[in-house]
Structure formats: C-alpha cells, structure tokens
Design a protein around this ligand. Structure first.
Ligand SMILES: NC(=O)c1ccc[n+]([C@@H]2O[C@H](COP(=O)([O-])OP(=O)(O)OC[C@H]3O[C@@H](n4cnc5c(N)ncnc54)[C@H](O)[C@@H]3O)[C@@H](O)[C@H]2O)c1
Length: 415
C-alpha cells in the first residue's frame, strides 16, 4: 500500500518489537530496530531471532538479507517511532516506567518535526501523556500535543499489543487494533501507520482510553481465571473432578468458565491488573482478590505434591513443563517454574524436569537433585508425574502408559 512513512523505527526488539519490526519491513518499508541488548542486536543482524516464535526466523532472514530491517543499539532519525520496551512492576506493584522513560529520552535526541511516536508497551493510564512531557523536557524546541493540541510538531499515540505468543506473526496482521491519540489527528496519523500491515479493524480513541482498554482486557482474563482456579480448590475439597464440572456447566448457553491451572504467568495477565489496582485500590477489590487467588495457586499445588512425596522413601518427581503457557519457551512469571523452584529448595525429592521448548535449565534451577531429561526417561523413572503445562508433547502422551505412577495433573490434560 502507498504510505508516506519511508523509515520506521521500532525501539525494543523483544517478543513484541521484533515481530512488529520484521512485519513492517516485509511491507518494503525501511525499518530501524533499536535495542540496548548488544547480543540481541548481533543475532538479529544475522537474520536470527533471540527467542523462539513460529515463522519469525523466516521473516527475519528475508528482511535482514534485503536490508529492509537493520538492528542497531542507538536510535537514528526516522518518520515514526514505535516503542515496545518492558513495563514490569516494582516491589509495591507500581509500574516500572524506567524502560519507557529511557527509551523516550533516547529517541528525543533524533526527533524531527512531523515525526510520530507511538507507545505499544502495556502501561498505566496517563503514560502517553508522560511521554509528551519527557520529550518536551529533552526537546524544548518541539511543540508536543499535550500542550499544543493544534498542530503539534510531534504526533503522539498509544496502541496496545494483543498478540498471542506462538501465533504472533499471524495475529500481528489479523488482530484488530485500538489506537488512542493525544489528539484526534495523532490517532489518525497512527492509524495510517498500522494500515501498512494490519488487516484487522483499527479503532480510534483517545490515549487514556486505549491505555485503559489494554489493562481491562487482561484484568478480565485474570478475574475469570481466578474464578476457575477457585472452583478447582473447591472441587479438591469436595473430592470432585473440576474439569468434568466445568465441562458440564459450560453446556449452559450463557456460561463459559475458563480452565483452572497451576496459577497465572507470563508478562501480561499476572502483571497488568496491578497497574489498575495500584493506582485505584479502593475501586478494584475484585481485581485484587483475583490476583491473590491466582498468585496463591502454586502454593496449593506444592502442598498437594508434598503430601504425595511423603508416601515415598526416595521420591522421584517428574515435572512436565516450565513455561508459563503451552508450546512457548517463555518462563517469565511462570507458575510452573515457581512450583519447580520451590520443590527444588524443599529438597524432598529428586526432580526430573522436562521442558521441550528450552535447551538448558535456567540458572535458578541447579542442584544435585535436579536434572533436565526427556519425556520418556522422566515417565520411566518417576514415582510422581506432575503435569504443569499442556505442551503438545505431553498432550500426545497416552496417560494409560503411566498409570502405575501418581499423576498430579494441574492443567486438565489427562483428567
Ligand atoms: N510478550 C507479550 O506477549 C506481550 C503481549 C502484549 C503486550 N506486551 C507488552 O509489550 C511490552 C514489551 O514486551 P516484550 O514481551 O516485547 O518485552 P521483551 O523483554 O521481550 O523485549 C523488550 C526489549 O526492549 C529492550 N529495551 C529495554 N530498554 C530499552 C531502551 N531504552 N531502548 C531500546 N531497547 C530497550 C530490551 O533489551 C528487550 O529486548 C511490555 O510492556 C509488555 O507488557 C507483551
């Protein structure tokens, strides 16, 4: 499609920024990817991703070899800047915006009148406005849209990302997008950028609403998963099968209960609701309770396992899966990793860990009684099989093969 964006910079080349940069470059636009991680930049410059995501390597190889995508460590001038850097939380669950601030201050130096700046990082309401203020401090020569709503020099907008790891390359193009501008014109300008590669609908709003929308989407998921997790705790007490109960309840035409699991992990659902709760605790008791229910689930699983471990003299536990969700290599905030780490620290059993999506165990999992093994070995040697993630390799296993062993299925694959 025809566009006046000749050069687009993507700042932060992680799970979100890298597929975005490669997708735009594949539309024949010059893309400069910026990341402070030197080794990631080197890998990308060889046409390889520094994490695993289906179809991303093919896209990278072609866009890097045609020089449409270039990875660098320092920002360069461009027509538009998309910021996709981390937004974790700090100790009291406040959002840590330091990565966003540093990224914004670094691009401020190369901004030129007419540029567009879009924040994609999940952020508390008001962050896009802060971006304008940070730029204004670095560049008093530029008119920013929070003070100069009429014809600002720089257009600033917020556009949250909703792509699902494992399907990112496809969803980047197909998903609907919400674009919130600091002004109506900023929103329209940002929309014209996404039209380069998005085939889903692009909905316009203001920056504050777009920031809120992303947070409430994930809070909605968190609250609903908490309900499912609470049901699983209740069913354990009643000695009933929660999976059967949910399956039957979902036959009601207006009921759709989600799946319980070992907790809630990942960079988004376990983190983002705090951005609402921290700023407005009195208005968000339900969201806070949901966070506590989901955060408490790993400990409940650990207690269940420890009771089983007590039955054996030299117990061997197979821990199946470490990732925070099926078929990805992402261990961030993973309840499976948290449970495995606690079992390791408790030193009550030998642990055989199976995680088909990573080559080596993380540094936090080391010890004489911790081994990374393949699925067959784990099943053969274990007294207790603890299923933590519904990876496709585990789904393919016939649970009847392991019916001599104690099975603790936290994800409902074999239940
Ligand atoms: N991963 C997901 O599934 C997902 C989905 C939706 C939204 N998000 C949000 O998108 C944002 C990015 O997440 P991610 O998963 O891509 O994170 P990530 O950690 O995979 O990648 C972020 C990248 O930014 C780089 N970076 C940090 N500071 C920088 C700076 N000043 N300049 C340039 N690069 C810098 C890091 O080195 C890293 O490579 C977060 O706010 C996250 O909540 C993530």
């Amino acid at each position: 499609m025809k566009t006046d964006f000749k050069r687009i910079s993507v700042v932060g080349l992680g799970y979100i920024g890298l597929p975005t940069a490669a997708t735009i470059a594949a539309r024949n636009i010059d893309v400069i990817g910026v990341d402070i991680n030197q080794s990631a930049v080197e890998k990308i410059s060889q046409g390889e991703a520094h994490f695993s995501e289906p179809d991303l390597d093919i896209l990278l190889r072609s866009t890097v070899s045609t020089k449409k995508l270039r990875a660098v460590t320092q920002p360069e001038a461009a027509d538009a800047f998309l910021i996709a850097v981390p937004t974790p939380f700090i100790d009291d669950h406040a959002a840590d915006l330091s990565f966003v601030e540093k990224a914004v201050r670094s691009i401020a130096k190369v901004l030129e009148p007419g540029n567009l700046v879009i924040l994609e990082s999940t952020s508390p309401v008001g962050t896009t406005q802060l971006i304008c203020e940070w730029i204004a401090k670095e560049r008093p020569d530029l008119r920013l849209p929070y003070e100069h709503r009429d014809k600002p020099d720089i257009n600033v907008a917020y556009c949250p990302e909703r792509i699902l790891p494992g399907r990112m390359v496809w969803e980047l193009v197909q998903n609907d997008r919400i674009v919130g501008g600091m002004t109506e014109h900023c929103a329209k300008r940002a929309k014209s950028l996404y039209e380069i590669f998005v085939q889903g609908e692009i909905h316009l709003s203001n920056a504050h609403t777009a920031e809120l929308v992303k947070l409430i989407e994930n809070a909605y998921r968190d609250v609903n998963i908490a309900f499912a997790n609470e049901l699983s705790i209740l069913c354990d007490k009643l000695d009933l099968n929660v999976w059967d109960a949910i399956k039957l309840a979902n036959r009601h035409p207006r009921v759709n209960i989600l799946n319980p699991g070992p907790g809630v992990g990942g960079h988004c659902i376990a983190v983002d609701p705090w951005f609402l709760i921290h700023g407005s605790p009195d208005e968000t008791p339900l969201m806070k309770t949901a966070r506590q229910v989901n955060d408490g689930k790993p400990q409940i699983i650990i207690s269940t396992i420890e009771k089983q471990i007590d039955r054996f003299r030299e117990p061997v536990v197979a821990c199946l899966g470490l990732a925070y969700k099926p078929d990805v290599d992402d261990l961030r905030e993973s309840p499976a990793l948290q449970i495995t780490k606690t079992l390791m620290k408790n030193e009550t059993a030998e642990l055989l860990i199976v995680e088909p999506n990573i080559d080596e165990l993380p540094a936090s999992l080391t010890g004489d009684h911790v081994h990374k093994v393949d699925l067959d070995e784990a099943i053969e040697k274990a007294d207790i099989v603890l299923l933590l993630v519904a990876h496709k390799q585990f789904a393919a296993l016939d649970p009847r093969k392991i019916n001599e062993t104690v099975i603790i299925d936290t994800v409902g694959l074999w239940s």
